[in-house]
Write a protein that binds this ligand. Sequence first.
Ligand SMILES: [Zn+2]
Length: 290
Amino acid sequence: MPARRAFLLGAGAALAGPRAAAAAAPPLTLSGTITQGALVIGRTAPGAAVSLGGKPLRVDATGAFCFGLAHDAPPTARLVVSAAGEAIERSLAVAPRQYRVQRIDGLPRHFVEPPPELMKRLEQEYHLIRAARETDSRLPHWQGGFVWPCPGPVTGVYGSRRILNGKPMRPHFGVDVGAPTGTPVSASAGGTVTLAEEDLYFSGKSVIVDHGMGVSTLYIHLHELRCTKGQALKQGEVLGTVGSTGRSTGAHLHWGLNWFQEHLDPALLVPPRPGPPAPPPRKPPPAKPG
Ligand SMILES: [Zn+2]
């Protein structure tokens, strides 16, 4: 447990004499935008203990670590790094984001309100996806940068509040890329396939790739799978093709990014691409209850 390890290191430093006890605070650098929905990568001294909001984060042998900021993360996050009895605490200012409202009408009713007899299947599929995202491997690929998984314009952005057939749903946790059926889809970073499913109710043919330390990417509505569970992929290696399987209104790739169960915005990791036109100015959102 990182906290205990820090304590032991601290005790050792104290025994070694006042000189060691006066060691400098551990280094800390962060990369990535500190904003809602962001994956943030940090570096500190190997062996340092890091916690975010009081929860320990895993630090690899080189001192690298990462964490995700939820789409509705509060305005500050508290990061503590300790090594050799010294600790630094940093309060991170998390930039808020304005999310769009996306209305999609004309979806088949059974996709918006699944019939009760489907509940068992949906629950199984939910747990399958959750388990893949819980993978906590030592793969280093989360540190190597990400690329767009296929060509095409952005047709749907992260965080949009979705109203399907007039019914408010959970936000859109991913980026949609418009491309014709059959367009190759490739891994946006190297990793291991932790889910390759032919027929999930909402997402159709679906792939999840683990990049290490809880970071994974998701590729859904595929026309064809070109990978199998357990397969190692290099960045840019084809894993399937664009399609419209599952709950989809036309050929596109839905690309997702997760840090464990936290849904993040993959578009923050890659060069910007043209997206849908900005929505017209709207009335302020209604006050949140409570
Ligand atoms: Zn989507």
